[in-house]
Ligand binder design. Structure first.
Ligand code: PMP
Length: 455
């Protein structure tokens, strides 16, 4: 039934009209305050008394009726921790930032210069929502070189793969939809999907990552999609071995379950053997794999550039959603990045980034080996930026963080990475931005605090 409009305020919504009207009225009342802060001054001789402190000094912070969706939003645990760790004297293993030592600053500057010198009017103009055609072709080509079979029309350029996650949530999730995620999973994806109010189902995992045998019809049947991170997973650093990848896509094909393969770290392998992506394996068994990639870890995250590769009907729907979101990703950035990658720059650049990350990972594993007490376990990543630690069962990592921050060391407790029941004795360590000496010192501090935790 449509809400009736009253004289005091317009009806704002049908479901919660009364509350909306009340708040709108309240807002208008408060908005009057700065204009009429008190009784109007009477006409007469000028007063010599000090002026009353005007109410205008107060920060005026109007509010609104937030949507049900917005009311459920919470800040990312990582962002909150990052605020605490902004001081330069804190050793932070918390943020998932790529190492700035790997940013090809001069190459980026030259690429922007070249684009502006040769194609400024195109670069500064609106562009197609799907993305800059030569960049879409480059992405398709680079995926095909790794065994996929995709066309440029199956690629959508997005403003960071995080936008890809949001768009996928937008077009695939209804309130209550079943969405399958790993245990644990990428916090940023859980946040993105949560906006669309799914019912999360945690797929069991072990030291080798997601266990494909657990994708039974009972657990996964009717799921809108499975969200999977097969390479150097955020947060655990785990990598899915080939037999599991094959079993996963086969199970997904049997169940008619689309798989979102989120792969921002795949190019950052510094140990072990490269495994084929889920997208490359999908063709053999007819699985529906939607692949997400990013330039954040191979070039720089400040560019905010990523891509989604999916079948044309899915891309078509995503394009409609993206159009409503931001029309398109920055043309200038797309053209500059294409200028950088088109002649094989990454072939020379990535080995340097991998070597940097391999070294950093070595410092971390070495420090853990020296300093962490018996009863702790950690992963040994073959790529990427994260180590996942399991503490003895009596150590709660959120409580440990409080003590660690007092000693100027930070990390991310494991609990927020779980869609279901969390393991409170887990934590994530990010190692690529911390110098060797600080890794040793920070890990020694954590080791001591863990050992000192009363049982
Ligand atoms: N997926 C995963 C697993 C990530 O770790 C990140 C970044 N932390 C993203 C997606 C988003 O990356 P971006 O938006 O920078 O491409």
């Amino acid at each position: 039934m449509p809400a009736k409009s009253t004289g005091t305020a317009p009806a704002l919504s049908t479901g919660n009209g009364a509350a909306a009207r009340e708040t709108a009225f309240f807002c208008r009342k408060r908005m009057l305050l700065p204009i009429f802060p008190g009784p109007r001054p009477r006409a007469g001789p000028a007063s010599t008394a000090p002026a009353a402190r005007p109410i205008l000094d107060k920060k005026f912070e109007p509010t609104c009726v937030f949507s049900e969706r917005a009311r459920q939003l919470t800040s990312s645990a990582i962002r909150e921790i990052l605020k605490v760790t902004e001081q330069p004297d804190v050793i932070s293993f918390a943020g998932g930032l790529p190492s700035p030592d790997g940013f090809p600053v001069d190459v980026v500057r030259q690429a922007y210069d070249r684009v502006l010198a040769t194609s400024a009017r195109t670069a500064l103009q609106y562009g197609p929502t799907e993305g800059y055609a030569p960049l879409r072709a480059w992405v398709a080509d680079s995926l095909n070189r790794r065994g996929a079979s995709v066309t440029p029309e199956e690629v959508l350029i997005v403003s960071g793969s995080q936008q890809g996650l949001d768009l996928l949530g937008k077009v695939l999730i209804d309130p209550g939809s079943k969405v399958l995620v790993e245990t644990p999973s990428y916090l940023g994806a859980l946040q993105s999907f949560s906006l669309y109010q799914p019912q999360f189902v945690s797929v069991p995992g072990d030291d080798g990552g997601l266990v494909p045998e657990s994708l039974t019809p009972e657990l996964a049947g009717g799921g809108r999609f499975l969200y999977a991170l097969p390479n150097f997973q955020n947060p655990t650093g785990r990598t899915l071995a080939r037999p599991r990848r094959e079993a996963l896509v086969a199970a997904a094909a049997r169940l008619g379950l689309p798989v979102i393969e989120d792969d921002p770290y795949g190019d950052l392998r510094y140990a072990g053997r490269a495994e084929p992506g889920l997208l490359a394996l999908a063709g053999e068994c007819g699985a529906n794999v939607i692949h997400l990639g990013s330039f954040s870890k191979v070039l720089a995250p400040g560019l905010r550039l990523g891509y989604i590769c999916a079948s044309r009907p899915i891309i078509h729907k995503l394009v409609q959603a993206k159009q409503a979101t931001d029309l398109h990703t920055a043309t200038l950035t797309q053209m500059a990045v294409h200028e950088i990658v088109k002649d094989g720059f990454l072939d020379g650049h990535l080995p340097r980034v991998r070597e940097l990350y391999r070294q950093q990972c070595g410092f971390m594993l070495d420090a853990l080996q020296r300093a962490f007490p018996a009863g702790t376990r950690w992963t040994r990543p073959e790529g990427g930026m994260f180590v996942w630690v399991e503490l003895p069962p009596h150590v709660d990592s959120a409580e440990l963080l409080q003590r660690a921050v007092r000693e100027k060391v930070a990390f991310v407790p494991g609990a927020p990475f779980y869609a279901g029941a969390p393991a409170h004795n887990t934590l994530r360590l990010s190692f690529v931005t911390v110098p060797e000496e600080k890794i040793r010192h920070g890990i020694a501090t954590l080791g001591r605090l863990i050992a000192d935790t009363p049982a």
